[in-house]
Write a protein of this length. Structure first.
Length: 388
C-alpha cells in the first residue's frame, strides 16, 4: 500500500477532482514545451499559483477548520496582539507603515489594526501584498467585518514596492515559496524534477544541477546520499528587500532551522510537507492544486542573503521566546480566568503557540532591517540559545 493510501485521505468532490485534472494537463503541457522535464520548483509554483487552478489561486477553502491547516493568526488573536508590540516599536523607529505579505484570510491584519489602535499606534498605511484576487476579496471581507472603522487605511499591493520604510510582516510565507529539490550523490549533485507520464501523471527525474543551484548546493555540508530542498525563491525575495527597505525591519515568522540543523544527517530525506484536509503527508504529486506544499526555511541562508544585500540581522529566536519577550503573558492576562467562554480557548491557543512540542520551538522569528539603532524587544532575551 502506498503511504498516501495508508492515510486514507478523504476523496475530493467531483469539481475539485476536475480542477486538479485541468491543472495536471496544464503542467503536462509545460513539461512538453520545455522538452520533457521541468524543475520541481516550477512544478511547485504551478501547483500552488497557476492562475485559477493552483492551490492558492484556485478558490478552495484553505485556512482554518474547514480548510487544510491552521496558522498562528487563525488560531487566536493572541498572536497578532502580541506581535503588535514589536510592530509598534519598529514603526516608532522608522515610519508608520506596514506591509503584510501573503495575508491569508486577513485575520492577522484585522486583529493587528485593532490592537495597534488600542496601543495608540495606528499606522498611516497597512498594505496587503497578495497575488490572488480571490484571497484579496476574502481579506477585504474579513477586515470590513472585524475592523470596519479601520478599513480606510488598508490597501493592496500586487507586487513589491520600489521603496518602503516601516514594518514588513511575513507569517508562513517563505515556506510557501517554490523550492528546488536537490539530490547529493556519490557521483555528483543533481536537481530533481518531473517528466510527464500517461495523460495526467508525472514521474521523478534527475538532471545534473547547474548555475546558482549547484553553487548553493556545493556550500551545504551533507554526506551523500542526501535529498533536500534549497529555497532559491525565498532567498531572492528576502534579498530584494535590501534595495527596497529604506528604514525599518522585516519580521519573518516561519518553521525552519539554521543550516546545520536543517541539513542534519537525520533529515536525509528533506522537509517537504503537504497538507490536505488537516492531514500531513509527503507526496507533492498527490492531487496537485488541492494540496498545500511547503518546505522548512533555511534561516541561515535568509540572514546571509539579507546581510549580503545591505540589511542587518536584528534578531533570531524561537516563536515562544519572541512572544514571551513581546509580552504574551500580559496579553493573555487581559482575559479574566473566570471568563469561561473565552479564557480556556485562549489559554489553550497560548499553549499551542508557545509549547516546544507544538509551534513554540519549530517556528522561528527573524528580524532583518535597516536604520534602527535600538535593540528590538522581541529578541531581548534568550537569543543565544538560537544561533545561526
Ligand atoms: C501558508 S499561507 C499563510 C497565510 C497567512 N500569512 C497566515 O499566516 O495565515 C502562505 C501565503 O503566502 C503567499 N505567498 C507566497 N509567495 C508569495 C509572494 N512572493 N508574495 C506574497 N505572498 C506570497 C501565498 O499566496 C499564501 O497566501
Amino acid at each position: 500500500m502506498s503511504p498516501i493510501a495508508a492515510l486514507s485521505l478523504p476523496d475530493p468532490d467531483p469539481n475539485a477532482a476536475a480542477q486538479s485534472r485541468r491543472l495536471c494537463a496544464r503542467i503536462a503541457d509545460e513539461i512538453h514545451l520545455a522538452g520533457g522535464w521541468i524543475p520541481f520548483a516550477r512544478y511547485m509554483e504551478l501547483a500552488l499559483y497557476a492562475p485559477s487552478l493552483g492551490y492558492y489561486s484556485g478558490g478552495t477553502e484553505k485556512f482554518g477548520g474547514a480548510g487544510d491547516f491552521v496558522t498562528a493568526p487563525e488560531l487566536s488573536p493572541l498572536f497578532a496582539d502580541t506581535l503588535a508590540a514589536q510592530v509598534t516599536q519598529i514603526m516608532a523607529r522608522s515610519a508608520g507603515q506596514i506591509i503584510e505579505a501573503g495575508p491569508g484570510t486577513g485575520a492577522l491584519a484585522a486583529e493587528m489594526l485593532l490592537e495597534l489602535e488600542r496601543r495608540g499606534a495606528l499606522p498611516e498605511h497597512y498594505m496587503l501584498l497578495e497575488l490572488s484576487a480571490e484571497l484579496r476579496a476574502r481579506q477585504r471581507a474579513t477586515i470590513e467585518q472585524r475592523a470596519p472603522k479601520l478599513a480606510a487605511c488598508v490597501s493592496w499591493l500586487e507586487r513589491l514596492p520600489q521603496h518602503f520604510s516601516g514594518t514588513v510582516i511575513a507569517n508562513e510565507v517563505l515556506d510557501a515559496m517554490p523550492t528546488h529539490l536537490v539530490a547529493w550523490r556519490e557521483d555528483g549533485i543533481f536537481e530533481r524534477g518531473l517528466a510527464a507520464e500517461g495523460e495526467y501523471g508525472f514521474r521523478w527525474q534527475e538532471r545534473p544541477a547547474t548555475g546558482a543551484l549547484l553553487e548553493a548546493a556545493g556550500t551545504i555540508p551533507v554526506t551523500p546520499p542526501y535529498l533536500s530542498e534549497i529555497g532559491l525563491a525565498a532567498r531572492a525575495w528576502v534579498g530584494s528587500w535590501g534595495e527596497i527597505l529604506q528604514q525599518g525591519a522585516l519580521l519573518l515568522v516561519d518553521y525552519g532551522f539554521p543550516v546545520r540543523e536543517l541539513y542534519h544527517p537525520q533529515r536525509s530525506r528533506g522537509t517537504l510537507m503537504c497538507h490536505y484536509r488537516h492531514h500531513a503527508h509527503d507526496d507533492p504529486l498527490y492531487l496537485p492544486g488541492l494540496n498545500d506544499i511547503t518546505a522548512h526555511v533555511d534561516f541561515t541562508a535568509m540572514a546571509e542573503t539579507g546581510v549580503d544585500r545591505g540589511l542587518s540581522l536584528y534578531g533570531y529566536t524561537s516563536q515562544a521566546q519572541f512572544l514571551f519577550n513581546c509580552g504574551i503573558t500580559e496579553v493573555l492576562a487581559r482575559i479574566a480566568p473566570e471568563d469561561m467562554t473565552n479564557y480556556p480557548r485562549q489559554a489553550s491557543a497560548a499553549h499551542k503557540l508557545l509549547s516546544p512540542s507544538e509551534m513554540g520551538e519549530l517556528f522561528k522569528v527573524m528580524a532583518l532591517g535597516k536604520g534602527i539603532e535600538t535593540p528590538l524587544i522581541g529578541f531581548g532575551r534568550g537569543e543565544r540559545s538560537h544561533r545561526l
